[in-house]
Design a protein around this ligand. Sequence first.
Ligand code: FEO
Ligand code: CA
Ligand code: CA
Ligand code: CA
Length: 535
Amino acid sequence: MQNLPWSRRQFLKFLGATAAASAMTAPGCTSPSKTPDKKALGFEPLGPSYKDDLILASGLSASILASYGDKLTKSGKVFGYNNDYTAYLPMPDKTDEGWLWVNHESVEPIFVSGRGWGEKITKAHVSKEMQMVGGSILHIKKQQGTWKLQPNSTHNTRFDANTSIPFANGEKIEGSKIATGTLANCAGGYTPWGTFLTCEENYDDFFGETEYRDDGSKVWRPSAEYMQWEKFSKRPPEHYGWVVEIDPKTKKAVKHTSVGRYAHECATVTRTKDGRIVVYSGDDANDECIYKLISDSKTDIKKGTLYVANTDKGEWLPLDIEKNSALKAKFKTQLELLIRTREAAKLVGGTPQHRPEDIEVNPANGDVLVALTNNKPKGDYTGTILKISEAGGDAASLNFTAENLLTGGEQAGFACPDNLVFDKAGNLWFTTDISGGSIGKPPYEPYGNNALFYVPMKGVNAGFAFQVASAPKGAELTGPTFSPDYETLFLSVQHPGERTKDLKNPVSRWPLFGDNLPKPSVVTIQGPLMKKLMS
Ligand code: FEO
Ligand code: CA
Ligand code: CA
Ligand code: CA
């Protein structure tokens, strides 16, 4: 699909309105349409595949770093299910040795507790499933050129649905200063002071949600039909949907209320020109919003002002009851507003988006890229990558311009962008997430299984997406993270075999094949092509 020509309009859009004039005279940009220059590219990109395997472009190879169920600690803690976001932080004074944070977003009961579709849930099912969500800290080390998990290292640990985690600032929510567990951990971020951020996304799948009627009364909506944990452990939904900070040195966690509560995809950290911390985050649901926290501090994210984006006007609008009379009238306290962030965002004019997924700041120019994966009820099946350019290039700015950087679809060769990462040469890499039930079905037949794409940001191939990996059946490739030397890409292969109904006939048998059931795993990708793509 990558070989189809881009329209001139799409190409100019990629370069951006201000670059349009120079694009007219740029080499290769003078014809009415543009095709990728395969010779300049220097490798053969993959095409769509429906094969049950992790397929990589020639010149790349993968090794398993950790799989579901791998032993992590002497006390018997194991690597959880459905690995998602990864982030690496080096250990102090060490080279090629550090902590890899890995989210465990969800469980598939049939593979984790043996609970089949429609089967009556038991306490034993829930107990097992609760241990397999949250996240892992892995001690990893580069040995003979390859990154390896250090089993039984005292650095390894797990956070799951039963870990006690306090709220920041001593805040009390639904009668408690401490939440039990973290779950629905999708993407995340990391801070300049050496901590990880993990984001609670579809928390309502696990313990349901509190909804508010117009008269202010509350009603509880049960969890997703396939979960139903509340049958054995009733917990306040308000304890989930936050950004959780994890310190790998102390193994302590804290739930931050400052970034608001919603289906947090990610928490991408940058600094304002005067050094304060900014956290960008998206609410991954149809017609939900993009947010940023401008912290009061240069060294933590405990307190600050939360803003929602109005991308039509190019404005960040504060969600602060002291700055808006409508917010003051609706919410008794700022904490209540933060618990009900979605409602506050709509009240002040936040722009509904097409499911904001990952956000990445372009290190070359400070542009904020947001994957808008799709919005099927609005007729958007293939998504876009939005570019937000903060006024003056300062993350503190409350004004910005926004335009589509990349548009999914048959011509572009990809659908449903999700996780983003930049490499050291400034190229953008992104993964796709066509949902398990939609892969191969209209209108997604042209795209094959989910994939990893590479997008040069300059040169004759700027703005074209080239496929470099294809996921096993039912899986999504997530959490791409480069090692500090950029020789290795850590990548999660999440939910291979999703939607399996019969263990005798699983949708996937990746990675062990034979008679084995599928296992979500984090892989390391290396090879000569990696260097070539960044040269
Ligand atoms: Fe868990 Fe929005 O992806
Ligand atoms: Ca995602
Ligand atoms: Ca990212
Ligand atoms: Ca997704």
